[in-house]
Design a protein around this ligand. Structure first.
Ligand SMILES: NC(=O)c1ccc[n+]([C@@H]2O[C@H](COP(=O)([O-])OP(=O)(O)OC[C@H]3O[C@@H](n4cnc5c(N)ncnc54)[C@H](OP(=O)(O)O)[C@@H]3O)[C@@H](O)[C@H]2O)c1
Length: 317
């Protein structure tokens, strides 16, 4: 295991934090340093400082690694990466790919087929928890694909107590963990919508957002409390020079995946539909540099308040 080169592609809000924890673990074990790449390679500087080794392209990472993690924004990016590497003719036999992005189960099934046609393995390992949880190495992973032996003895040791606090084993079909992730997002986006509604209610009734936040945190737990903080700290609409914690378009993508699957199965998800509409309206109003909690701005507007609160940025797309 110590001799297997591990690679990483995708250093966004989540990927950089996760890869940094993996690199710290590898360094502590005196294993080979993580080889990594990213579309914007300069984002990997903190990882290089930890002992990671930059590579120019995804192809370079794949060529040099036996186990390759990916953490990218959406289905289209992941499909492009995998198709490009398959079509490049790089020998992929025996390589193990693990994708941690949130994508549709159909995307996972098609990628898995592409890679198994090359005699490579594919595991799907999406995560629950935002950037601070990723930085703390406390994510919850849903892991599926390959054999129980590969999952338990090869991949789980790279995740458990390294990048995550819990690995939920979803079996051999990689689409199962993707489906679990999409199902979990039903709770995520609905909870964000609900916390936003409660905070607008608190402001308009004079109850105050501080009291509401204290109650939300104490009575409904740190996750709901964290969602409230995204609103009260203004992180729902961060400065245009920064990257949002969880970009609004990524959350809309998650909601659309859940709604698509629900429709196919004859299930209604009214709270997800509402959250999606409010996130889309927020994006129309304030552009891409918004967090997934930015439905709050629209809820504020509907209540006669400004989209921006005193801690958020004050305008601009
Ligand atoms: N943020 C969260 O709270 C959270 C929680 C759980 C799951 N997720 C999921 O995790 C995944 C990553 O989320 P994130 O918040 O880390 O996203 P992010 O900060 O937007 O980062 C996206 C990553 O994808 C890369 N990328 C985007 N477009 C690309 C393209 N056309 N070609 C190559 N690379 C491209 C970005 O490269 P650049 O650096 O060059 O832009 C970056 O490495 C998403 O699927 C998201 O839904 C996010």
């Amino acid at each position: 295991m110590a001799a297997t080169q591990i690679g990483w592609y995708g250093l966004g809000s989540m990927g950089l934090a996760m890869a940094s924890n993996l690199q710290r673990h590898l360094a502590a074990k005196k294993a080979l340093g993580l080889v990594y790449s990213n579309r914007t390679l300069s984002r990997g500087e903190p990882l290089r400082e930890l002992g990671g080794v930059p590579e120019k392209t995804f192809g370079d990472v794949v060529q040099k690694s036996g186990i390759i993690f990916t953490m990218v924004s959406n289905d289209a990016v992941l499909k492009t990466l995998i198709t490009s590497i398959v079509e490049s003719g790089t020998p992929l036999a025996q390589k193990i790919f693990i994708d941690c992005s949130t994508v549709h189960p159909q995307t996972i099934t098609s990628i898995s087929a592409q890679l198994s046609a090359q005699s490579a393995s594919f595991l799907c390992a999406p995560v629950f928890g935002g950037n601070p949880v990723a930085a703390a190495g406390k994510l919850v992973f849903a892991l599926a694909g390959a054999t129980p032996d590969v999952r338990e003895n090869l991949i789980k040791p790279l995740i458990q107590d390294v990048m995550g606090r819990k690995v939920i084993d979803c079996g051999e079909d990689p689409a199962r963990s993707s489906l679990l992730k999409i199902a979990g997002n039903i709770v995520t986006v609905s909870l964000m919508e609900t916390v936003g509604e409660a905070q607008v209610f608190a402001e308009k009734t004079g109850l105050g957002t501080d009291a509401m936040e204290e109650l939300i945190t104490e009575a409904f737990g740190p996750i709901a409390g964290g969602y409230s903080k995204r609103l009260t700290t203004g992180a729902y609409a961060p400065p245009l020079t920064t990257r949002p914690g969880f970009g609004v378009s990524l959350s809309i993508k998650d909601a659309v995946h859940a709604l698509d699957i629900a429709k196919e199965k004859g299930v209604e998800l009214p709270s997800v539909e509402l959250a999606k509409q409010n996130m889309s309206s927020a994006r129309d109003y304030a552009g891409e540099c918004l967090d997934s909690s930015s439905m709050y701005g629209i809820l504020r507007q509907k209540a006669g308040l400004a989209f921006w609160n005193e801690k958020s940025r004050q305008g601009g797309q």
